[in-house]
Design a protein around this ligand. Structure first.
Ligand SMILES: [Zn+2]
Length: 123
């Protein structure tokens, strides 16, 4: 498991962190779960932001990608709050980029369908 204060890896039987002497037995499971959630989400939004950058709205997708990368780089415990903010921003930007991309695709398909109907009507 990991020390909740400094992030040092300690054995499951250890009650105090060898690095900073923080008591870890009681609060460790919750913290590990939080850490896993935190470290998992930027990766997910990184993938989504890359996809949105490639297939959807490029400027917003790029911004989401940068935020996701920043969030992933800030892995130190004292940067957790900032990393979480960046991950949230990456999440919002990714969703906006995907939304814009979907909207553009829908408009494109509507345009294509209208053009087909117009072409069919003229014949
Ligand atoms: Zn520690």
């Amino acid at each position: 498991m990991l020390c909740p204060k400094c992030g040092t890896t300690v054995s499951d039987n250890t009650k105090f962190c060898p690095n900073c002497a923080t008591q870890i037995a009681a609060q460790a499971p919750q913290y590990v779960q939080q850490l896993q959630e935190k470290s998992k989400s930027p990766v997910m939004w990184l993938v989504i932001s890359i996809l949105s950058f490639l297939f959807c709205c490029q400027p917003i997708g790029l911004a989401a990608l940068i935020c996701a990368i920043i969030a992933m780089c800030m892995s130190a415990p004292e940067q957790a709050e900032k990393a979480e903010k960046c991950a949230k921003l990456a999440k919002i930007l990714s969703l906006v980029a995907v939304g814009c991309g979907l909207l553009l695709w829908i408009l494109y398909f509507l345009y294509a369908i209208i053009m087909i109907i117009v072409a069919a009507a003229n014949n």
